[in-house]
Ligand binder design. Structure first.
Ligand code: SF4
Length: 358
């Protein structure tokens, strides 16, 4: 059984820090007398990639000033487009069986609204956005999607859409006398195919040059969704309804922004991933172990301003250079402070339950 354990001294350092700072993912709950941690896949995978990056981003809130062609701009395009696409499909699956569902209004009017709200036009020169055909291409992609996965074709019962979990402590990862850890996230759609109740997750990618599923077989994200669904499902539908279904799978809905030249309808792929009881148990143990390491690194950062580094990601962060590259290469603390002051702004820190923060 994985445990989180910190020395008294480390715990005192952490309490002192949390008493004077507000971070969305960790706080000291005075009433409970415990540290409450709410983590999601994005936060933990950032931490696992490089603790230094995590401290700059999720503790100090430093974000690179957006510039076209930078790694930060790339990251924001993937993130912002993903947010818009997820919103569109959540609406689709909430409404597509309603008698007055209007396909063109959904794809073009609502698509335009979400596109503008997220200000996606600022990425028109990004290669992926350009290749997709910008807003027009986005509308076409939505129509294609809805034509392929029509209400008649979808042999799925929609159980729920946009189910967020996190700070309301829906999905427990760990609890002891001093610390509680919860998983946060958002299930786009929960479906029932007659045999399985499962989350349906949408992933957009530039193209399907490689086997698209490769990317997700070992990804902690889908495993976390199955883990979460098993915990929250009894709060959504009656237990008798669940007993007749297995809840061990996730339906991956993969969408290519590029239109394949052989057959345009090949831009959509759908597959299920199975997660065994053992996989879910080891997932939980890994999350707890990661949080243990994270707390140790956080204490080090609070005490010294230093964090451990994984320099293998310096030139390989989201297909580009890590946006803290120029910070980390500075010869001394003054150089670091100057680079952070000149090239970065402090923005709200990633908060899973408010992912529209851009
Ligand atoms: S530049 Fe390298 S060491 Fe520095 S934060 Fe990025 S990945 Fe970590």
């Amino acid at each position: 059984m994985s445990e989180i354990s910190l020395s008294d001294q480390k715990m005192a350092t952490l309490w002192g820090f949390l008493g004077s700072s507000e971070l969305p993912w960790i706080k000291f709950d005075k009433q409970l007398g415990k540290i409450i941690i709410v983590v999601d896949n994005h936060l933990l995978s950032t931490y696992r990639s490089c603790a230094q990056h995590y401290m700059y981003q999720a503790v100090d809130g430093y974000q690179q000033k957006p510039q076209i062609g930078t790694a930060e701009n790339d990251r924001k395009w993937y993130l912002d487009f993903g947010i818009v696409f997820h919103k569109m499909l959540q609406t689709y699956y909430s409404e597509f069986r309603l008698p007055d569902f209007n396909l063109a209004e959904w794809a073009f009017t609502l698509g335009y609204k979400y596109w503008m709200e997220q200000n996606l036009d600022r990425y028109v020169t990004h290669p992926e956005c350009h290749q997709m055909g910008g807003l027009k291409g986005f509308g076409g992609m939505l129509i294609q999607y809805a034509t392929r996965f029509t209400a008649e074709n979808e042999r799925l019962r929609i159980i729920g859409t946009e189910i967020a979990f996190g700070k309301n402590k829906e999905v427990l990862l760990y609890v002891d006398e001093f610390v509680e850890v919860y998983l946060a996230g958002r299930l786009d759609v929960i479906v029932d195919d007659g045999f399985f109740i499962m989350p349906m997750d949408h992933k957009t990618t530039g193209s399907f040059k490689k086997d698209p599923l490769d990317r997700y077989l070992n990804d902690e994200g889908p495993t976390g969704y199955v883990f979460a669904l098993q915990q929250i499902l009894p709060t959504i539908i009656p237990r008798e309804a669940i007993l007749k279904r297995e809840c061990t799978r996730i339906l991956m809905n993969l969408i290519s922004k590029q239109i394949p030249t052989d057959d345009p309808s090949n831009r959509f792929k759908r597959m299920t991933l199975y997660k065994s009881g053992s996989q879910l148990a080891t997932y939980r143990a890994r999350m707890i172990a990661t949080v243990q390491n994270l707390l140790n690194d956080l204490v080090l950062y609070i005490q010294t301003g230093e964090a451990t580094r994984d320099t293998s990601h310096c030139t390989n962060w989201f297909f580009g250079r890590c946006f803290y590259y120029d910070v980390c290469r500075q010869p001394d603390a003054t150089g670091i402070a100057n680079t952070l002051a000149n090239g970065f702004v402090k923005l709200p820190i990633w908060d899973t339950e408010n992912i529209s923060v851009s």
